[in-house]
Write a protein that binds this ligand. Structure first.
Ligand SMILES: Nc1ncnc2c1ncn2[C@@H]1O[C@H](COP(=O)(O)OP(=O)(O)OP(=O)(O)O)[C@@H](O)[C@H]1O
Ligand SMILES: [Mg+2]
Length: 266
């Protein structure tokens, strides 16, 4: 609400404050066996932004994710997370600083219920004692319930995780990630292997997670129809380099982007 008092304060308004940078990649490169796979990428992602990383097969998207999450080390350049240079940090250290990468199916215990899986992930973060865990019960408490609700899996809380459909497994993996309260999440082709009938709801869940948690999202996806209405910006890679990093309409209208897709038949 605007008041006379408010105008009298020589305050810096929200509009004057530049948005904080969540993830900054500066001149990031990765070469292997003499081949340049990631080529001098500079890209600054704003706090809370949803960025879709696209490009033809083999463009280097997963390789870039590996550099961001710490699975591989760059040949040159830096990775900065919320102002901290993490270029040399191991993946677990990046996770502790708020970076989450999904869809490592190994993190799901197939023989435990959906609720117990999320409950354990919550417990792993909070370090609650076994005693508390018992007291919280098989559903793991209110945080577990909230995470399941957000990913639209409440009705499957008592199902065995191994019995879930591909789409529901992806939702569970998102809930497990949320239990760690990440500030930045990296999603590499979350729709891969998911049936056409489940893509719409999974898209809605990813959008809800982004909106309600306020976290920054960097997502690789080939389903363009999914990306165009959820991404704030598209980052387009081709032959390891960043061709465009702008709003979806401008990116898709860029002749260099169109040529990259046509040229590779992707
Ligand atoms: N460890 C590696 N050693 C050698 N070459 C590699 C290695 N990892 C990736 N590459 C090569 O780097 C290029 C980029 O691969 P990457 O998997 O990053 O592409 P992508 O954009 O994720 O493709 P897709 O859309 O198919 O998932 C490919 O030519 C790939 O063969
Ligand atoms: Mg890939």
């Amino acid at each position: 609400m605007t008041t006379d008092n408010a105008t009298a304060v020589p305050a810096v308004s929200a509009r004057d404050t530049p948005p904080a940078t969540s993830l900054a990649l500066d001149h990031l490169s990765w070469s292997v066996g003499g081949a340049v796979i990631v080529d001098d990428i500079t890209m600054h992602v704003t706090e809370g932004e949803f960025v879709a990383l696209i490009g033809p097969n083999g463009a280097g998207k997963t390789s870039l994710f590996n550099l961001v999450s710490g699975l591989t080390r760059p040949t040159a350049g830096t990775v900065t997370l919320s102002g901290v240079d993490i270029t040399r940090h191991a993946p677990h250290k990046r996770a502790r600083l708020g970076m989450g990468r999904t869809f490592q199916t190994s993190s799901v215990f197939a023989d435990l219920t959906v609720g117990a899986n999320v409950g354990l992930a919550v417990q792993a973060r909070t370090g609650e004692s076994r005693r508390f865990w018992k007291r919280a019960g098989a559903d793991g408490g209110p945080e577990t319930a909230a995470a399941l609700e957000l990913v639209r899996l409440s009705h499957r809380a008592d199902a065995m995780a191994g019995d879930l459909s591909h789409g529901d497994k992806r939702k569970l993996e998102l809930a497990l990630l949320l239990a760690r309260r990440p500030r930045l999440i990296l999603l590499d082709e979350p729709m891969a292997g998911v049936g056409a009938g489940e893509i719409g709801e999974l898209t809605t869940v990813i959008r809800d997670v982004h909106r309600e948690q306020g976290c920054t999202v960097l997502m690789v996806e080939h389903h363009m129809e999914v990306l165009l209405d959820m991404a704030d910006r598209l980052a387009v890679m081709h032959h390891g380099a960043l061709l465009a990093f702008t709003d979806p309409d401008s990116a898709m209208a860029d002749p260099a982007v169109q040529a990259a897709y046509l040229g590779d038949g992707a």
